[in-house]
Design a protein around this ligand. Structure first.
Ligand code: AMP
Length: 320
């Protein structure tokens, strides 16, 4: 499959690399790393990495603006379903390649490489580079490393496998750099965000079955000079809390006139529940958008039921 992807890339003069709305480091780093490796290998090709936002991750690079294009190859990264594609010219693409590590949802009609066991789309790109004639350098490696570290939450998730560590080892040996160079950019955050984290820790509710949740109104996040996306960054810091199995940030997003949901879990699978509320994601890390705090309350109830079942199952397993 990697060879087929390489051959398809080789065929096209114009290539657009797209990803999901609500950009995150893996989505953006994978786009920019793939763009750079294609440009390095085929200097005459025109390659565009497209999508909105990304200012927060400007240490990775910049998104490109494109006019109307035709006869191009579209490579979609880090996205399992068309509805969250951050690019409005899907139908103009002559051919499509999809590379993703989310559980499969729908086909985009073209070559697809889906590996839900990979930590990140960046990890899959490392394999693509190693298995084809695509060239690499230190700058590409830094981007791939950023995306991988971010989506595996610094190798904390179970999908950080021996393969992940081998790939990282190969790339760091070939294209070494100071890890602190990357971490100092990735993890630098304003004091206000840390204060918001303190507020969340202080005010979150925890149900009988270990579901922690907090409603963050626009007034509250404005007081901390934060935006609705900040909660998305903060959620990963609430892992490994004894009393909490599943945790949810429910944030009013006045810009999009809806409510942003970030969910994480240490056990119960949450992606099917996120899908029920127009969202999705991974078994233990998902997100959604709902129309109101009332709808979010229903989601919390569903998570609580899933957590209850999970605890019962674990108890039965311990007793058997
Ligand atoms: P986040 O909490 O934003 O870091 O997202 C965690 C995971 O859930 C990522 O894999 C996202 O792609 C996915 N996700 C987040 N929001 C949505 C949504 N509205 N619809 C589908 N998937 C989502």
């Amino acid at each position: 499959m990697f060879n087929k992807i390489y051959k398809t890339i080789k065929k096209y003069d114009t290539i657009v690399i797209a990803r999901h709305i609500g950009v995150d480091p893996d989505a953006m780093a994978s786009q920019l790393a793939l763009k750079e490796t294609i440009e390095l290998t085929f200097p005459k090709k025109k390659v565009y990495a497209v999508g909105s936002g990304g200012m927060k991750f400007s240490y990775l690079g910049k998104m490109d603006k494109v006019d109307e294009l035709h006869d191009f190859l579209l490579i979609v990264l880090d996205l399992p379903d068309k509805k969250r594609l951050d690019f409005d010219q899907l139908e103009h693409a002559k051919e499509i390649i999809k590379i993703d590590h989310h559980p499969f949802i729908e086909s985009f009609g073209g070559l697809e490489y889906i590996d839900p066991t990979a930590t990140s789309t960046c990890e899959i790109l490392m394999e693509l580079i190693l298995n084809t004639k695509l060239k690499c350098n230190q700058s590409i490696t830094k981007k791939l490393y950023c995306g991988l570290v971010s989506d595996s939450n610094r190798f904390l998730f179970n999908n950080a496998s021996p393969r992940t560590f081998s790939l990282v080892s190969i790339f760091l040996k070939r294209y070494p750099f100071l890890l602190s160079d990357v971490y100092n950019k990735m993890y630098l955050r304003p004091l206000n965000e840390v204060r918001l984290e303190g507020y969340i820790a202080e005010h979150m509710n925890v149900t009988e079955y270990g579901v922690a949740y907090i409603f963050l109104t626009n007034d509250t996040i404005s007081k901390f000079k934060a935006d609705s996306a900040s909660a998305g960054n903060i959620i990963n810091n609430f892992n490994f809390i004894d009393e909490i199995l599943v945790w949810v940030m429910i944030t009013e997003d006045i810009k999009n006139n809806n409510v942003r949901i970030n969910i994480r879990s240490r056990g119960p699978e949450i992606n099917k529940i996120a899908e029920k509320y127009h969202g999705g994601g991974h078994k233990l890390a998902s997100g959604a958008r709902v129309s109101s705090f009332e709808e979010a309350e229903e989601l919390v109830d569903d998570l609580d039921q899933a957590s209850k079942k999970y605890l019962k199952r674990s108890e039965n397993n311990e007793n058997s």
